[in-house]
Write a protein that binds this ligand. Structure first.
Ligand code: ATP
Length: 713
């Protein structure tokens, strides 16, 4: 790989596009002061990603763009382009050419392009560090900067050497890994904190979930117990129903029979009583007796009257005709008789009444011619009444006897009735006893009824259906039943006390566990990443340490050799120094911490040099060149740009410098900017830079032969 060409367009004094081709190992750029030679080196530095405006001799990006002159207008943008040969694929691309360009416009914005595509500065750095064109740009030595490496402090010097050794890439990797490691460590802490944070929540959720599980098992147990209870209670109740029927039915049957008997008995008693009172003969006899007694009383009254009349007639002695008084008497008595007949309302009494009336009337028809005749009706009447009274009294006496007999016979009947009534009461008592039995059964039945009600409520409360209560075995005893019911109640109480457990808790618990597991996995991954980063870093540090110490050693050897050539003897070496505290300078008390780094140790022949500061300008330039060349020899960059590195050398040293160039050119392409003819002698191509009155740098190339001729001249 080598640098094929450089194109400057609008960059600084290069107001026109100018191409430098580098077909030979050494190219020299020559020309008068201020013609723009250094602008060429700066162009290369800039396109390779230089960030310091100071090292480009400017203040801002705009300063890099051709600013115009009296004769030429200023430009809007600048571009520098490097074309590398990549046929050996040192750049990791398939292309045979790698083109790197950088552009800047007047607003200061920059753009990098890699084979025409825009890329980031980081990409440019990464790419360049792979081919030994590291960011410190030790391969571009600016004007007056040749001894920079000698003036630098040990730590900056170390950085330059590391860069020259191509360790930048590893440092970049190490830094990247360290950054990643720090990030990973941070993430580990974050994840650990997150896990720590959710632990109490998990604990809480677990307790809730446990409660929930216990709750569920209680629910299950309740369901099972409740069902068992339902089955057994149902069976028990059914068996009780059967028993009730069995114990009640015969008693009820008996009661029914006895009640039938009772009602029969009662009916008989009533009927007998009624019948007794209502016998027609007895009624008739009583009525007859009443009538006869009335009749007797009436006859006795009549008898009294008749006797009175007999006495009256005897006293008056009246004859002849029927006296008015007697007639009136007869009529009156007849009216009484008629009234009586009418009252009696019976055929018999009508008949006997009519007979009486006939007799009365006869007494009038019979002649009352004599006194005796006058008494006769009364006496006759008196006889008749007396007779009739006698007859009635006889009948009454007969009837009374008859009645007494009847009443005697009634006593027997009553005794019989009482017997029946007693039997009735006995039955009733028996029925009462049976009913008591039934009542007892019914009392149990009542209790049973409340159990049935309770059971229905139980079924409803526990949301059980008929299906749940099928095919159970009855409770052996009450204690069994009570104990099962108690455990059901206990479970129900427990569930009630537990209250509403949110089922979302279980979901949240599972989700949180999942999250925790996820975090644990993430933590594991992070720790693995951490470990592998630590391992990688360890390896990188190991590689760096090894390459560094190995590289230092080789540079030191090469440095010593070149030094000997340049100074015709002596010794030079690089030494690694550990960090130390030093006094800033002798005059001050200030103590500075000096970092570790690389120290340059010299032994110039015939001289006792104690410090680099004691070297002459030429000695310093030579020493620097020796060190730079040593560095470039150990790990050659694709090219080196040396801007008047030979400025301070006398003729003799210029010759040695030229020899070194030859030696170095074997390892790297060289672009030298010089006024030194000795140096020009070693170049294969010479570019002459001039500036016309338009202040634009121009280039004219001189071929090898011409170059050497030019150099000789
Ligand atoms: P020397 O031999 O004295 O070191 P040189 O050939 O290296 O000189 P340079 O330093 O490269 O010269 O060039 C400086 C020239 O470039 C100056 O004339 C300066 O005016 C010109 N220059 C610098 N920046 C710009 C710019 N932005 N636009 C135009 N010209 C510029």
């Amino acid at each position: 790989m080598y640098l094929k060409s450089l194109t400057l367009s609008g960059f600084k004094s290069f107001g026109r596009t100018t191409v430098f081709e580098f077909p030979t190992k050494v190219a020299a750029i020559v020309g008068p002061n201020g013609s723009g030679k250094s602008n060429v080196a700066e162009g290369i530095r800039w396109v390779l990603g230089e960030q310091s405006m100071k090292s480009l001799r400017g203040k801002k990006g705009e300063d890099l763009i051709f600013n115009g002159s009296e004769k030429a207008p200023r430009l809007g943008r600048a571009e520098v382009k490097l074309i590398f040969d990549n046929t050996k694929k040192q750049f990791p691309f398939e292309f045979d050419e790698v083109i790197i360009s950088r552009r800047v416009v007047r607003d200061g914005s920059n753009e990098y392009l890699l084979n025409g595509s825009t890329v980031r500065l980081k990409d440019i750095f990464e790419l360049l560090s792979k081919v030994g064109l590291g960011s410190s740009q030790h391969h571009i030595i600016s004007q007056g900067e040749v001894d920079r490496i000698l003036w630098a402090n040990p730590s900056d010097r170390q950085a330059m050497i590391e860069d020259a050794l191509g360790l930048r890439e590893f440092y970049m990797k190490a830094r990247e890994s360290e950054r990643k490691l720090a990030e990973t460590e941070f993430n580990v802490k974050q994840v650990e904190a997150q896990r720590r944070e959710i632990q109490p929540h998990i604990k809480y959720l677990k307790s809730q979930a446990d409660k929930m599980k216990a709750h569920e098992s209680n629910v299950e147990e309740l369901a099972q117990k409740a069902q068992e209870y339902a089955k057994r209670e149902k069976a028990s109740l059914e068996s009780m129903t059967k028993k009730f029927v069995a114990s009640k039915n015969p008693v009820l049957e008996e009661i029914r029979k006895k009640e039938d008997e009772i009602s029969k008995l009662r009916g008989e008693v009533q009927r007998e009583e009624r019948e007794f009172a209502e016998v027609p003969a007895r009624k008739k006899m009583n009525e007859e007796l009443d009538r006869l007694e009335e009749k007797r009383r009436s006859l006795e009254r009549e008898l009294g009257k008749v006797e009175g009349m007999v006495q009256g007639a005897r006293a008056s002695g009246a004859g002849g005709s029927v006296s008015h008084a007697a007639l009136t008497q007869v009529i009156r008595e007849t009216i009484v008789l008629v009234d009586e007949i009418v009252q009696k309302d019976s055929y018999e009494s009508l008949k006997s009444g009519l007979k009486d009336i006939r007799m009365k009337l006869e007494t009038i028809i019979r002649s009352p011619q004599n006194a005796e005749a006058a008494d006769a009706p009364f006496l006759q009447r008196k006889d008749a009444i007396t007779k009739e009274l006698g007859a009635i009294e006889k009948i009454i006496a007969g009837l009374k006897i008859q009645k007494e007999e009847d009443e005697a016979s009634r006593d027997d009947l009553m005794a019989d009735l009482r017997e029946r009534e007693r039997a009735l009461r006995d039955r009733e008592r028996e029925v009462e006893i049976l009913k008591q039995q039934i009542r007892e059964v019914e009392f149990t039945e009542l209790q049973y009824q409340s159990r049935v009600t309770d059971f229905a409520k139980f079924m409803e409360d526990l949301r059980l259906v008929e299906e749940d209560a099928k095919e159970g075995s009855i409770f052996e005893n009450d204690a069994d039943r009570a104990s099962l019911l108690r455990s059901v109640d206990r479970l129900r109480l427990k569930l009630e006390e537990a209250g509403g457990i949110d089922p979302a808790v279980l979901q949240e618990y599972n989700e949180t566990l999942e999250r925790d597991a996820f975090l644990a996995r993430e933590l594991e991954d992070l720790k693995k990443a951490q470990e592998s980063l630590e391992r990688l870093l360890g390896e990188l540090h190991g590689t760096l340490k090894e390459r560094f110490s190995h590289g230092i050693e080789k540079i030191s050897q090469e440095f010593n050799e070149i030094f000997k050539i340049v100074f015709g003897g002596g010794k030079a070496a690089l030494e690694y120094v550990k960090p130390k505290k030093i006094q800033a300078d002798e005059m001050s008390e200030e103590i500075e911490e000096e970092k570790s780094g690389i120290e340059v140790v010299l032994d110039i022949p015939r001289k006792r040099i104690r410090s680099l500061e004691m070297l002459s300008g030429g000695e310093r330039a030579l020493t620097s060149v020796a060190l730079l060349f040593a560095m470039s020899a150990v790990n050659p960059p694709p090219f080196l740009v040396l801007d008047e590195t030979d400025a301070a050398l006398d003729e003799a040293n210029s010759q040695r410098y030229g020899d070194l160039l030859e030696r170095l050119a074997k390892k790297a392409q060289l672009i030298v900017i010089t006024h030194n003819r000795e140096t020009m002698r070693h170049a294969g191509v010479l570019y002459g830079v001039t500036q016309g009155d338009d202040a634009i740098s121009r280039v004219l190339s001189v071929k090898l032969e011409e170059a050497s001729a030019y150099a000789k001249a």
